[in-house]
Ligand binder design. Structure first.
Ligand code: FES
Length: 110
């Protein structure tokens, strides 16, 4: 079953949307980002300690807008791949969430 996250038209460059997905019969925090006119979605769980990456609602990008950044120890992740390129979990990867865009609406698998 798929779940609506938002309308594509709501997403500005470098914006983020928090949502949750069901995982092992529990809700898992997740987020959607819009980067270089593409959508990507990941579980909101830093590979270092498992905390949510963001410290402010719907803010996931580093100051320069080039990376996703964990608010706790500053790990930087490539937006397109979720790979950590700097920080304590370098080389590890955010877990991707499957999304699809249908008729201007962004959905994830629930
Ligand atoms: S918890 Fe994310 S870098 Fe340490």
């Amino acid at each position: 079953m798929r779940q609506k996250i938002c309308d594509l038209s709501e997403l500005a460059e470098l914006s983020g949307k928090e949502f949750s997905v069901e995982k092992n019969e529990q809700n898992q925090d997740a987020f959607l980002i819009y980067f270089k006119q593409h959508c990507y979605a990941y579980e909101n769980s830093c590979p270092h300690t498992g905390v949510n990456l963001n410290w402010q609602a719907e803010q996931f990008f580093s100051f320069d807008g080039l990376f996703l950044q964990c608010s706790l120890h500053g790990a930087l992740f490539e937006p397109e791949s979720g790979v950590c390129v700097r920080g304590p979990c370098v080389g590890s990867k955010l877990k991707a969430v499957n999304i699809e865009i249908d008729d201007g609406i962004v959905f994830c698998d629930k």
